[in-house]
Design a protein around this ligand. Structure first.
Ligand code: RUQ
Ligand code: CUA
Length: 665
């Protein structure tokens, strides 16, 4: 199977069969557990559900981990599914059901994964309010059907899909300001911006010198930059050079201007970048990282037992760029941030390389900006990075001030307003609650900071609590975005929904779950990755468009007209309102290129009209006061009924017009 002929074969790790891999991971796991547990580490009896009959929880975890390591599914279905957490025992959990006609307290913005969109939910009801198409085309909102959005999608690479992962809300002074969501496309190395006045994507950038973007975040506290991590290492530029020299491939950290969406600069690093989060003072940005081995196959990528988290000193990098200390590649200034770089010599390196246990996954900064939590993924620990120490520590390893042992497969961490962290455990299918300051004070590898664990169903990836990415966490609701739902819902064929579970975290109790209560299951369409929740007062959507916010001509009833530009080009302008189009019909010639501009002239909220032309692939969605344009060819003579796709009035069905295409000659 290996097709790589140029590389020195001796340097390459042999392919292993699954049994060998299994055994190896089992051995590694034993080592890890022995390492962090130590001979007299305390048994966290109170937090681990008993399995009875001498089966220890640890055995089950290990079995799950080993199976997980070779690609099996490692959920804990049937084991440790304790009923106490499933039946609401506390009695003081607020009702998550929102009565008819009332509003939710919070907005939730979910990334849609390879569906390419953002989904908007109300929290705590978990009712889906809308979807915002981003990297995907979507007919219900006419996105990718009118000229404006189609051109944007075409200029951003003209792909038919994207893989949206990490939505980030813009901030002012560390608080969500409701202006924008930024989100990455892992598949095609892009970042998009969603305008929250209109809940519509208004910019997409195809970032040069990167193939995939995984981590994406804004700079706190004032959205000074948007940051994007390239995950896959590639030659730079990736134009056919160095294809057989994987050691020449690179991964870069990119900074974008949030207003212009220009790519301002990039930093080349050793290893490959993963998730990214900003401190709260606009100086440091932390990136998790895996594959410091710089391998191209799984065995090579997991050879060593450490990987370096990268901490970027953003003002120092900006200074270098301003001073011209970079190489330009594909029009982007690229700064050398590798370990050997002269910029990393001396006391003030631009990138600090912080060694953590192998293949960490997330990095999430605490709401007070003190710590960055790096969940171990392949290690059962979370490494706590003290952000203040980043500027002063002689040895970057000294910035790690705590390392609680939380459970198997820790992926993501979120926070409440009372000093607690919550970490998802992919392999254990649990969420673990732990005390941050206690973890800083405890021995590394201690389980003492753990306050409780709750089973989730099954295999959580991201978890998110309300406003936990800002400086104002609310500490009440948490959602576990579980990758598998297995037996939780009516079966719907072999592709299952995910299961987003709502958990109440407002109570601190001295019980098995630390007071966490599982409140509701919610099946979700594949495949959300991450979510971010903001109080409803932070978001101020418009109810109608402001014509100042677009370039198309606002077409009133009087302005409705047909203009022939030349022999083969026609412009048609039509107003739209209940229940008529500004033109009852219009006539063009066979073969004409038609540009149709239509304005919904209504000012009434929620009166949206459509404009569809059968057999011409024309489908506009027109919110009140919005204007859209569409260009198409009238290539078959005949009569084509134009109709409205939104049920707008009692005369909705009669709301029609005709396009007459006269035969040529
Ligand atoms: S990653 S499941 Cu794309 Cu956010 Cu961690
Ligand atoms: Cu306008 Cu239906």
């Amino acid at each position: 199977m290996s097709t790589n002929t140029d590389t020195d074969e001796e340097e390459r790790t042999e392919r292993k069969d699954s049994e060998e891999l299994f055994a190896e991971h089992e051995a590694q796991l034993n080592e890890l557990l022995a390492d962090v547990e130590g001979p007299d580490a305390p048994e966290a009896e109170s937090t681990l559900p008993s399995l009875g009959d001498g089966v220890t929880r640890r055995d089950v975890m290990k079995a799950g981990a080993a199976v997980g390591a070779v690609g099996g599914l490692a959920g804990c279905a049937g084991l440790g599914n304790n009923t106490a957490t499933e039946s609401n025992s506390g009695g003081d959990v607020p009702d998550h059901k929102v009565p008819p006609g009332e509003h939710d307290e919070y907005y939730g913005f979910w990334s849609g994964g390879h569906a390419g969109d953002i989904r908007v939910y109300g929290i705590p009801s978990m009712r889906q309010l809308t979807r915002i198409p981003v990297f995907n085309r979507e007919s219900a909102k006419g996105y990718g059907h009118d000229d404006r959005t189609t051109e944007m999608l075409e200029e951003a690479g003209d792909y038919t899909w994207g893989d949206s992962h990490h939505p980030s809300l813009s901030e002012t002074d560390g608080k969500y300001d409701g202006e924008y969501i930024f989100v990455n496309d892992k598949a095609n190395g892009r970042v998009a911006r969603v305008n929250l006045t209109y809940f519509e994507t208004d910019a997409i950038v195809d970032i040069p010198n990167v193939q995939s973007v995984h981590g994406c975040c804004i700079q706190s506290p004032d959205t000074g930059y948007v940051f994007a991590n390239s995950e896959f290492r590639t030659p730079m530029p990736n134009d056919g050079r160095d294809v057989n020299e994987p050691e020449e491939y690179v991964s870069v950290f990119s900074a974008l201007d949030p207003e212009s969406m220009d790519v301002l600069w990039q930093v080349e690093v050793d290893g490959q970048l993963d998730i990214v989060d900003s401190d709260k003072d606009g100086r440091w940005v932390l990136s998790s990282s895996y594959n410091d081995e710089e391998g191209v196959e799984v065995e090579e990528m997991t050879k060593d037992d450490r990987d370096d988290v990268k901490a970027f000193d953003v003002p120092a990098i900006q200074e270098l760029v301003d001073a011209g200390e970079y190489e330009e590649v594909n029009g982007v200034p690229v700064v050398d941030g590798t370990k050997e770089s002269p910029h990393n010599e001396g006391d003030d390196p631009i990138v600090r390389y912080i060694p953590t246990p192998k293949s960490p996954h997330c990095v999430e900064v605490t709401p007070d900006g003190k710590y960055g939590m790096v969940a171990g993924k392949l290690s059962p620990t979370v490494s706590i990075i003290d952000i203040e120490k980043l500027a002063t520590a002689d040895d970057p390893a000294d910035t790690i001030v705590g390392q609680p042992k939380v459970g198997l497969g820790p992926l993501h961490t979120t926070y409440d307003d009372r000093g607690h962290a919550y970490t998802s455990l992919f392999i254990d299918s649990q969420v673990v609650k732990w005390d941050i300051e206690e973890a800083v004070n405890a021995e590394k590898g201690s389980e003492e900071p753990i306050l409780g664990k709750i089973d989730v169903h099954y295999n959580p990836g991201h978890i998110q609590a309300v406003q936990a990415m800002s400086t104002e966490p609310e500490g009440n609701w948490l959602v576990a975005l579980n990758k598998l739902s297995k037996d939780r819902f009516l079966p719907v064929g072999p592709i299952y929904p995910d299961n987003d579970q709502l958990i109440y975290i407002g109570n601190d109790k001295d019980d098995e779950t630390g007071g966490m209560e599982l409140v509701a299951d919610h099946p979700v369409y594949p495949e959300p990755h991450d979510a971010i929740f903001a109080h409803k007062d932070k978001i101020e959507p418009a109810t109608t468009w402001d014509p100042e916010d677009y370039d198309e001509e606002f077409v009133s009833e009087e302005d409705s007209r047909v203009e022939r530009v030349d022999d083969s080009t026609v412009e048609v302008y039509a107003s739209v309102k209940r229940s008529e189009y500004g033109l009852r019909d219009f006539t063009v010639q066979e073969g004409d290129e038609v540009t149709l501009t239509a304005t919904n002239i209504e000012g009434t909220q929620d009166i949206v009209h459509g404009l569809a032309i059968p057999e011409h692939d024309v489908n506009l969605a027109l919110a009140p006061q919005d204007t859209r344009q569409v260009t198409f060819t009238a290539d078959e003579p005949g009569v084509y009924w134009i109709y409205c796709t939104y049920f707008c009035s009692a005369l909705h069905l009669e709301m029609r017009s005709r396009m007459i295409v006269e035969p040529s000659e």
